[in-house]
Ligand binder design. Structure first.
Ligand code: BJ8
Length: 425
Protein backbone atom coordinates (compact mmCIF):
# COMPACT_ATOMS: atom_id res chain seq x y z
CA UNK A 1 0.00 0.00 0.00
CA UNK A 2 2.83 2.38 0.90
CA UNK A 3 4.47 1.62 -2.44
CA UNK A 4 1.22 2.37 -4.29
CA UNK A 5 0.83 5.68 -2.48
CA UNK A 6 4.40 6.54 -3.43
CA UNK A 7 3.76 5.73 -7.08
CA UNK A 8 0.50 7.68 -7.08
CA UNK A 9 2.20 10.79 -5.78
CA UNK A 10 5.02 10.36 -8.31
CA UNK A 11 2.47 10.50 -11.12
CA UNK A 12 0.85 13.54 -9.51
CA UNK A 13 -2.35 11.97 -8.20
CA UNK A 14 -4.13 13.75 -5.34
CA UNK A 15 -3.53 10.77 -3.07
CA UNK A 16 -5.96 11.52 -0.24
CA UNK A 17 -8.85 12.46 -2.47
CA UNK A 18 -8.07 9.43 -4.65
CA UNK A 19 -8.20 7.12 -1.63
CA UNK A 20 -11.65 8.44 -0.66
CA UNK A 21 -12.90 7.98 -4.21
CA UNK A 22 -11.56 4.43 -4.39
CA UNK A 23 -13.22 3.51 -1.10
CA UNK A 24 -16.54 4.79 -2.39
CA UNK A 25 -16.11 2.80 -5.61
CA UNK A 26 -15.21 -0.40 -3.80
CA UNK A 27 -18.16 -0.06 -1.42
CA UNK A 28 -20.50 0.46 -4.32
CA UNK A 29 -19.01 -2.56 -6.13
CA UNK A 30 -19.40 -4.74 -3.06
CA UNK A 31 -23.03 -3.71 -2.59
CA UNK A 32 -24.01 -4.18 -6.23
CA UNK A 33 -21.91 -7.18 -7.25
CA UNK A 34 -20.92 -9.31 -4.29
CA UNK A 35 -24.54 -9.61 -3.17
CA UNK A 36 -25.50 -11.49 -6.38
CA UNK A 37 -26.19 -15.18 -5.87
CA UNK A 38 -24.51 -18.11 -7.59
CA UNK A 39 -21.78 -16.10 -9.34
CA UNK A 40 -19.27 -18.04 -11.46
CA UNK A 41 -16.05 -18.92 -9.63
CA UNK A 42 -14.05 -17.26 -12.42
CA UNK A 43 -15.51 -13.88 -11.42
CA UNK A 44 -13.03 -13.98 -8.53
CA UNK A 45 -10.32 -12.74 -10.88
CA UNK A 46 -12.44 -9.74 -11.85
CA UNK A 47 -13.28 -9.03 -8.19
CA UNK A 48 -9.53 -9.07 -7.53
CA UNK A 49 -8.93 -6.79 -10.50
CA UNK A 50 -11.47 -4.33 -9.10
CA UNK A 51 -9.59 -4.28 -5.81
CA UNK A 52 -6.35 -3.55 -7.70
CA UNK A 53 -7.88 -1.36 -10.38
CA UNK A 54 -5.84 1.68 -9.37
CA UNK A 55 -3.11 -0.35 -7.67
CA UNK A 56 -1.27 -3.20 -9.33
CA UNK A 57 -2.49 -2.36 -12.85
CA UNK A 58 -1.18 1.19 -12.45
CA UNK A 59 2.16 -0.18 -11.26
CA UNK A 60 2.30 -2.42 -14.37
CA UNK A 61 1.57 0.47 -16.71
CA UNK A 62 4.20 2.65 -15.09
CA UNK A 63 6.70 -0.18 -15.32
CA UNK A 64 6.08 -0.22 -19.08
CA UNK A 65 6.59 3.54 -19.19
CA UNK A 66 9.96 3.14 -17.51
CA UNK A 67 10.88 0.86 -20.42
CA UNK A 68 9.86 3.66 -22.81
CA UNK A 69 6.74 1.84 -23.99
CA UNK A 70 3.76 4.05 -24.92
CA UNK A 71 0.89 4.56 -22.49
CA UNK A 72 -2.27 5.93 -24.08
CA UNK A 73 -5.58 6.90 -22.50
CA UNK A 74 -8.54 6.78 -24.89
CA UNK A 75 -12.14 7.93 -25.07
CA UNK A 76 -13.36 6.01 -28.02
CA UNK A 77 -13.14 2.58 -29.61
CA UNK A 78 -11.71 4.20 -32.74
CA UNK A 79 -8.28 4.25 -31.09
CA UNK A 80 -6.08 1.81 -33.06
CA UNK A 81 -5.02 -0.09 -29.95
CA UNK A 82 -3.35 -2.76 -32.13
CA UNK A 83 -0.58 -0.23 -32.84
CA UNK A 84 -0.06 0.71 -29.19
CA UNK A 85 0.01 -2.92 -28.07
CA UNK A 86 2.30 -3.73 -31.01
CA UNK A 87 4.73 -1.16 -29.61
CA UNK A 88 4.62 -3.07 -26.31
CA UNK A 89 2.60 -0.36 -24.62
CA UNK A 90 -0.71 -0.02 -22.79
CA UNK A 91 -3.97 1.42 -24.10
CA UNK A 92 -6.74 2.07 -21.61
CA UNK A 93 -10.16 3.70 -21.51
CA UNK A 94 -10.65 6.97 -19.66
CA UNK A 95 -14.39 7.41 -20.16
CA UNK A 96 -15.78 8.65 -16.88
CA UNK A 97 -18.80 6.97 -15.31
CA UNK A 98 -18.79 8.70 -11.94
CA UNK A 99 -20.87 11.68 -10.79
CA UNK A 100 -18.22 12.58 -8.18
CA UNK A 101 -16.07 14.65 -10.55
CA UNK A 102 -18.78 16.47 -12.47
CA UNK A 103 -19.01 19.59 -10.30
CA UNK A 104 -15.28 20.20 -10.85
CA UNK A 105 -15.65 19.67 -14.61
CA UNK A 106 -18.44 22.23 -14.70
CA UNK A 107 -15.96 24.93 -13.66
CA UNK A 108 -14.61 24.65 -17.23
CA UNK A 109 -17.33 22.92 -19.25
CA UNK A 110 -21.02 23.75 -19.76
CA UNK A 111 -23.54 21.88 -17.63
CA UNK A 112 -25.62 20.72 -20.57
CA UNK A 113 -23.16 18.32 -22.19
CA UNK A 114 -22.82 14.56 -21.85
CA UNK A 115 -21.82 13.30 -18.37
CA UNK A 116 -19.25 10.87 -19.79
CA UNK A 117 -17.08 13.76 -20.97
CA UNK A 118 -17.65 15.87 -17.89
CA UNK A 119 -16.86 13.00 -15.55
CA UNK A 120 -13.57 12.26 -17.33
CA UNK A 121 -12.58 15.93 -17.55
CA UNK A 122 -13.31 16.27 -13.84
CA UNK A 123 -11.00 13.33 -13.06
CA UNK A 124 -8.19 15.23 -14.78
CA UNK A 125 -8.93 18.46 -12.93
CA UNK A 126 -9.10 16.65 -9.58
CA UNK A 127 -6.09 14.42 -10.37
CA UNK A 128 -8.04 11.46 -9.00
CA UNK A 129 -7.66 8.99 -11.87
CA UNK A 130 -4.33 7.16 -11.88
CA UNK A 131 -4.91 6.03 -15.50
CA UNK A 132 -5.22 9.60 -16.76
CA UNK A 133 -2.14 10.52 -14.78
CA UNK A 134 -0.24 7.52 -16.23
CA UNK A 135 -0.89 8.37 -19.87
CA UNK A 136 1.79 9.85 -22.13
CA UNK A 137 -1.03 11.38 -24.09
CA UNK A 138 -4.77 11.17 -24.38
CA UNK A 139 -6.31 10.00 -27.62
CA UNK A 140 -9.19 12.20 -28.68
CA UNK A 141 -11.41 12.07 -31.75
CA UNK A 142 -13.87 14.21 -33.61
CA UNK A 143 -16.95 12.04 -33.20
CA UNK A 144 -19.23 14.43 -31.35
CA UNK A 145 -19.34 18.15 -30.61
CA UNK A 146 -18.84 17.70 -26.88
CA UNK A 147 -15.72 15.63 -27.32
CA UNK A 148 -13.96 17.59 -30.01
CA UNK A 149 -14.35 20.92 -28.23
CA UNK A 150 -13.43 19.46 -24.85
CA UNK A 151 -10.07 18.27 -26.25
CA UNK A 152 -9.03 21.88 -26.76
CA UNK A 153 -9.59 22.53 -23.06
CA UNK A 154 -8.29 19.19 -21.82
CA UNK A 155 -5.12 19.81 -23.84
CA UNK A 156 -4.32 22.67 -21.46
CA UNK A 157 -3.95 20.09 -18.68
CA UNK A 158 -2.65 17.01 -20.51
CA UNK A 159 -1.31 16.29 -24.02
CA UNK A 160 -4.11 15.23 -26.38
CA UNK A 161 -3.66 13.73 -29.85
CA UNK A 162 -6.81 14.16 -31.93
CA UNK A 163 -7.72 11.83 -34.79
CA UNK A 164 -10.06 13.23 -37.37
CA UNK A 165 -12.81 10.60 -37.65
CA UNK A 166 -15.08 11.26 -40.64
CA UNK A 167 -18.83 11.41 -40.24
CA UNK A 168 -19.56 9.64 -43.52
CA UNK A 169 -18.14 6.48 -45.04
CA UNK A 170 -17.62 7.42 -48.68
CA UNK A 171 -14.39 6.41 -50.42
CA UNK A 172 -12.83 9.82 -49.89
CA UNK A 173 -13.70 9.66 -46.17
CA UNK A 174 -12.15 6.22 -45.79
CA UNK A 175 -9.02 7.36 -47.60
CA UNK A 176 -8.64 10.20 -45.09
CA UNK A 177 -9.33 7.76 -42.21
CA UNK A 178 -6.50 5.50 -43.35
CA UNK A 179 -4.17 8.52 -43.40
CA UNK A 180 -5.22 9.31 -39.85
CA UNK A 181 -4.30 5.79 -38.74
CA UNK A 182 -0.89 6.14 -40.38
CA UNK A 183 -0.43 9.48 -38.62
CA UNK A 184 -1.42 7.86 -35.31
CA UNK A 185 1.26 5.21 -35.84
CA UNK A 186 3.81 7.95 -36.54
CA UNK A 187 2.77 9.71 -33.36
CA UNK A 188 3.41 6.52 -31.36
CA UNK A 189 6.84 6.31 -33.01
CA UNK A 190 7.54 9.91 -31.97
CA UNK A 191 6.56 9.14 -28.36
CA UNK A 192 8.78 6.06 -28.16
CA UNK A 193 11.55 7.40 -30.43
CA UNK A 194 11.49 4.05 -32.23
CA UNK A 195 10.21 2.83 -35.61
CA UNK A 196 7.51 0.19 -35.41
CA UNK A 197 8.00 -2.89 -37.56
CA UNK A 198 5.23 -4.64 -39.50
CA UNK A 199 5.77 -7.77 -37.39
CA UNK A 200 5.30 -5.79 -34.16
CA UNK A 201 2.06 -4.29 -35.39
CA UNK A 202 0.83 -7.69 -36.60
CA UNK A 203 1.56 -9.12 -33.18
CA UNK A 204 -0.41 -6.27 -31.56
CA UNK A 205 -3.27 -7.02 -33.95
CA UNK A 206 -3.22 -10.74 -33.10
CA UNK A 207 -3.38 -9.93 -29.37
CA UNK A 208 -6.35 -7.59 -29.78
CA UNK A 209 -8.11 -9.96 -32.21
CA UNK A 210 -7.88 -12.68 -29.54
CA UNK A 211 -9.30 -10.34 -26.92
CA UNK A 212 -12.26 -9.46 -29.13
CA UNK A 213 -12.83 -13.15 -29.90
CA UNK A 214 -12.96 -13.98 -26.19
CA UNK A 215 -15.51 -11.19 -25.61
CA UNK A 216 -17.64 -12.41 -28.49
CA UNK A 217 -17.55 -15.87 -26.94
CA UNK A 218 -18.79 -14.41 -23.65
CA UNK A 219 -21.50 -12.52 -25.54
CA UNK A 220 -22.75 -15.76 -27.14
CA UNK A 221 -22.73 -17.67 -23.88
CA UNK A 222 -24.79 -15.11 -22.04
CA UNK A 223 -27.23 -14.31 -24.81
CA UNK A 224 -27.78 -16.97 -27.39
CA UNK A 225 -29.40 -19.69 -25.30
CA UNK A 226 -32.77 -18.66 -23.83
CA UNK A 227 -32.90 -21.85 -21.73
CA UNK A 228 -29.78 -21.18 -19.64
CA UNK A 229 -28.33 -17.81 -18.65
CA UNK A 230 -25.11 -18.72 -16.82
CA UNK A 231 -24.02 -15.19 -15.78
CA UNK A 232 -25.84 -12.00 -14.85
CA UNK A 233 -25.82 -9.08 -17.24
CA UNK A 234 -24.22 -6.97 -14.54
CA UNK A 235 -21.25 -9.33 -14.13
CA UNK A 236 -20.84 -9.63 -17.90
CA UNK A 237 -20.92 -5.83 -18.21
CA UNK A 238 -18.26 -5.50 -15.54
CA UNK A 239 -16.03 -8.03 -17.30
CA UNK A 240 -16.40 -6.05 -20.52
CA UNK A 241 -15.66 -2.76 -18.76
CA UNK A 242 -12.43 -4.18 -17.33
CA UNK A 243 -11.31 -5.11 -20.85
CA UNK A 244 -10.57 -1.41 -21.34
CA UNK A 245 -8.10 -1.36 -18.46
CA UNK A 246 -6.47 -4.76 -18.03
CA UNK A 247 -3.42 -6.17 -19.78
CA UNK A 248 -4.92 -7.66 -22.98
CA UNK A 249 -3.14 -11.04 -22.89
CA UNK A 250 -3.94 -11.78 -19.26
CA UNK A 251 -7.46 -10.47 -19.71
CA UNK A 252 -8.12 -12.69 -22.74
CA UNK A 253 -6.97 -15.72 -20.77
CA UNK A 254 -9.25 -14.83 -17.84
CA UNK A 255 -12.27 -14.19 -20.08
CA UNK A 256 -11.69 -17.55 -21.77
CA UNK A 257 -11.44 -19.26 -18.36
CA UNK A 258 -14.75 -17.64 -17.43
CA UNK A 259 -16.26 -18.85 -20.73
CA UNK A 260 -15.03 -22.41 -20.06
CA UNK A 261 -16.90 -22.32 -16.76
CA UNK A 262 -20.00 -20.81 -18.37
CA UNK A 263 -19.97 -23.52 -21.04
CA UNK A 264 -19.95 -26.12 -18.30
CA UNK A 265 -22.81 -24.31 -16.57
CA UNK A 266 -24.82 -24.36 -19.80
CA UNK A 267 -24.19 -28.11 -20.11
CA UNK A 268 -25.28 -28.62 -16.50
CA UNK A 269 -28.23 -26.24 -16.98
CA UNK A 270 -27.09 -23.90 -14.20
CA UNK A 271 -28.82 -20.58 -14.77
CA UNK A 272 -28.53 -17.48 -12.59
CA UNK A 273 -32.03 -16.39 -13.60
CA UNK A 274 -35.33 -18.18 -13.08
CA UNK A 275 -37.00 -19.76 -16.07
CA UNK A 276 -39.07 -17.25 -18.11
CA UNK A 277 -37.18 -14.19 -16.82
CA UNK A 278 -37.63 -11.52 -19.53
CA UNK A 279 -34.43 -11.19 -21.56
CA UNK A 280 -33.53 -7.65 -22.55
CA UNK A 281 -30.95 -6.12 -24.87
CA UNK A 282 -29.50 -2.68 -24.12
CA UNK A 283 -28.86 -0.37 -27.09
CA UNK A 284 -27.05 2.93 -27.12
CA UNK A 285 -24.28 4.93 -25.51
CA UNK A 286 -21.29 3.49 -23.63
CA UNK A 287 -21.75 2.43 -20.00
CA UNK A 288 -18.48 3.35 -18.29
CA UNK A 289 -17.65 2.15 -14.76
CA UNK A 290 -18.89 2.81 -12.10
CA UNK A 291 -22.14 3.50 -13.96
CA UNK A 292 -24.05 0.31 -13.14
CA UNK A 293 -27.36 2.07 -12.52
CA UNK A 294 -29.37 0.61 -15.40
CA UNK A 295 -28.16 -2.98 -14.94
CA UNK A 296 -28.89 -2.83 -11.24
CA UNK A 297 -32.38 -1.43 -11.90
CA UNK A 298 -33.24 -4.11 -14.47
CA UNK A 299 -31.79 -7.12 -12.69
CA UNK A 300 -33.28 -6.16 -9.33
CA UNK A 301 -36.69 -5.83 -10.99
CA UNK A 302 -36.95 -9.33 -12.40
CA UNK A 303 -35.29 -8.85 -15.82
CA UNK A 304 -32.08 -10.18 -17.33
CA UNK A 305 -29.75 -8.22 -19.59
CA UNK A 306 -28.35 -10.43 -22.30
CA UNK A 307 -26.12 -7.99 -24.13
CA UNK A 308 -25.15 -4.38 -24.68
CA UNK A 309 -25.24 -2.97 -28.20
CA UNK A 310 -22.80 -0.33 -27.11
CA UNK A 311 -19.13 0.55 -27.34
CA UNK A 312 -18.59 -1.05 -23.97
CA UNK A 313 -20.20 -4.10 -25.48
CA UNK A 314 -20.94 -5.66 -28.85
CA UNK A 315 -19.90 -2.67 -30.97
CA UNK A 316 -16.38 -2.99 -29.55
CA UNK A 317 -15.79 -6.68 -30.22
CA UNK A 318 -18.03 -7.60 -33.14
CA UNK A 319 -15.32 -7.19 -35.86
CA UNK A 320 -11.75 -8.38 -36.15
CA UNK A 321 -8.88 -7.27 -38.36
CA UNK A 322 -8.27 -9.67 -41.22
CA UNK A 323 -4.52 -10.31 -41.22
CA UNK A 324 -4.44 -13.39 -43.44
CA UNK A 325 -3.24 -11.69 -46.62
CA UNK A 326 -1.09 -8.88 -45.32
CA UNK A 327 2.18 -8.46 -47.21
CA UNK A 328 3.26 -4.99 -46.16
CA UNK A 329 2.49 -2.09 -43.87
CA UNK A 330 0.14 -0.46 -46.34
CA UNK A 331 -2.02 -3.62 -46.43
CA UNK A 332 -2.21 -3.59 -42.63
CA UNK A 333 -3.23 0.08 -42.54
CA UNK A 334 -6.00 -0.68 -45.09
CA UNK A 335 -7.27 -3.62 -43.05
CA UNK A 336 -7.25 -1.55 -39.85
CA UNK A 337 -9.21 1.17 -41.60
CA UNK A 338 -11.71 -1.42 -42.93
CA UNK A 339 -12.19 -2.90 -39.49
CA UNK A 340 -12.66 0.47 -37.79
CA UNK A 341 -15.08 1.67 -40.44
CA UNK A 342 -17.38 -1.23 -39.53
CA UNK A 343 -18.08 0.50 -36.19
CA UNK A 344 -21.67 1.73 -36.41
CA UNK A 345 -21.49 4.73 -34.09
CA UNK A 346 -24.35 7.23 -34.29
CA UNK A 347 -21.81 9.89 -35.29
CA UNK A 348 -22.11 8.56 -38.88
CA UNK A 349 -24.69 9.59 -41.41
CA UNK A 350 -26.34 7.51 -42.64
CA UNK A 351 -26.03 4.74 -40.06
CA UNK A 352 -28.54 2.19 -41.34
CA UNK A 353 -26.25 -0.86 -40.86
CA UNK A 354 -26.73 -0.30 -37.12
CA UNK A 355 -30.48 -0.81 -37.42
CA UNK A 356 -30.08 -3.96 -39.53
CA UNK A 357 -27.61 -5.31 -36.99
CA UNK A 358 -29.93 -4.60 -34.04
CA UNK A 359 -32.85 -6.41 -35.70
CA UNK A 360 -30.64 -9.41 -36.45
CA UNK A 361 -29.21 -9.46 -32.92
CA UNK A 362 -32.69 -9.43 -31.47
CA UNK A 363 -33.77 -12.37 -33.60
CA UNK A 364 -30.60 -14.39 -32.94
CA UNK A 365 -30.96 -13.93 -29.21
CA UNK A 366 -34.70 -14.53 -29.11
CA UNK A 367 -34.86 -11.53 -26.77
CA UNK A 368 -38.09 -10.28 -25.20
CA UNK A 369 -37.51 -6.54 -25.45
CA UNK A 370 -34.94 -3.76 -25.66
CA UNK A 371 -34.01 -0.70 -23.68
CA UNK A 372 -32.63 2.17 -25.75
CA UNK A 373 -30.29 3.92 -23.34
CA UNK A 374 -28.87 7.38 -24.03
CA UNK A 375 -26.70 9.52 -21.83
CA UNK A 376 -28.26 12.96 -21.37
CA UNK A 377 -27.20 15.47 -24.02
CA UNK A 378 -25.74 12.84 -26.34
CA UNK A 379 -27.40 14.24 -29.43
CA UNK A 380 -26.32 11.65 -31.97
CA UNK A 381 -27.64 8.63 -30.07
CA UNK A 382 -30.63 10.53 -28.80
CA UNK A 383 -31.74 11.63 -32.25
CA UNK A 384 -30.93 8.27 -33.82
CA UNK A 385 -33.29 6.64 -31.30
CA UNK A 386 -36.20 7.86 -33.44
CA UNK A 387 -35.07 5.78 -36.42
CA UNK A 388 -34.14 2.77 -34.29
CA UNK A 389 -37.39 2.71 -32.32
CA UNK A 390 -39.37 3.17 -35.55
CA UNK A 391 -37.70 0.05 -36.98
CA UNK A 392 -38.25 -1.84 -33.73
CA UNK A 393 -41.91 -0.89 -33.66
CA UNK A 394 -42.37 -2.01 -37.25
CA UNK A 395 -40.88 -5.37 -36.27
CA UNK A 396 -43.18 -5.62 -33.23
CA UNK A 397 -40.30 -5.42 -30.74
CA UNK A 398 -41.11 -3.91 -27.31
CA UNK A 399 -38.82 -0.98 -26.53
CA UNK A 400 -38.30 1.37 -23.61
CA UNK A 401 -36.28 4.57 -24.13
CA UNK A 402 -34.28 5.83 -21.16
CA UNK A 403 -32.22 9.00 -21.05
CA UNK A 404 -30.17 9.51 -17.93
CA UNK A 405 -27.02 11.01 -16.46
CA UNK A 406 -24.91 9.76 -13.55
CA UNK A 407 -26.79 11.32 -10.67
CA UNK A 408 -28.39 8.76 -8.35
CA UNK A 409 -31.57 10.87 -8.23
CA UNK A 410 -33.44 9.18 -11.07
CA UNK A 411 -32.55 5.61 -10.01
CA UNK A 412 -35.97 5.12 -8.38
CA UNK A 413 -37.81 6.54 -11.35
CA UNK A 414 -35.84 4.33 -13.78
CA UNK A 415 -36.65 1.27 -11.68
CA UNK A 416 -40.37 2.12 -11.73
CA UNK A 417 -40.33 2.53 -15.52
CA UNK A 418 -38.36 -0.71 -15.96
CA UNK A 419 -40.79 -2.62 -13.72
CA UNK A 420 -43.76 -1.33 -15.74
CA UNK A 421 -41.98 -2.28 -18.97
CA UNK A 422 -41.20 -5.77 -17.72
CA UNK A 423 -44.82 -6.28 -16.75
CA UNK A 424 -45.97 -5.22 -20.20
CA UNK A 425 -43.88 -7.78 -22.13
S1 BJ8 B 1 -17.63 4.92 -31.36
S2 BJ8 B 1 -20.29 5.81 -29.14
S3 BJ8 B 1 -16.95 5.40 -27.99
S4 BJ8 B 1 -17.89 8.17 -30.07
S5 BJ8 B 1 -19.11 11.43 -25.64
S6 BJ8 B 1 -20.96 10.33 -28.48
S7 BJ8 B 1 -22.05 9.54 -25.19
S8 BJ8 B 1 -22.17 12.90 -26.33
S9 BJ8 B 1 -18.96 8.02 -26.46
FE1 BJ8 B 1 -18.57 6.99 -28.33
FE2 BJ8 B 1 -16.62 6.33 -29.98
FE3 BJ8 B 1 -19.11 6.54 -30.89
FE4 BJ8 B 1 -18.44 4.56 -29.35
FE5 BJ8 B 1 -22.52 10.76 -26.96
FE6 BJ8 B 1 -21.15 11.54 -24.88
FE7 BJ8 B 1 -20.31 12.15 -27.32
FE8 BJ8 B 1 -20.21 9.67 -26.50
Amino acid sequence: VEEHRKLLSEINVDVDRHAKMMNMGLESYKAQFMSQKNRPEAMKYFDWFMSEIQGQRIAEINELRKQKKPSVGAFCIFVPEEIIVGAGGACFGLCGGSPATIADAETELPRNICPLIKSAHGFKLQRTCAYTQSSDFIYGETTCEAKKKTWEILNKHHPVHVMNIPHMKRDKDLKMWKEEIIEFKEHIEEVTGKKLSLEEMLEGTRIINEKRKALLRLDSLRGLNPEVMPITGKDALFVTQMGFLDDPKRYTQKVNELCDELEKRVEDKISVFEKDTPRLMILGTPIAPPNWKLHTAVESSGGAIINEESCIGHRYYKDNVDIDNIKNEDDLMSELMKRYSEVDCACFTPNTPRIDKILKMYKDRQADGVIYYTLSFCHTYNIESFLVTEALEAAGIPCLVIESDYSPEDAGQIKTRVEAFLESI
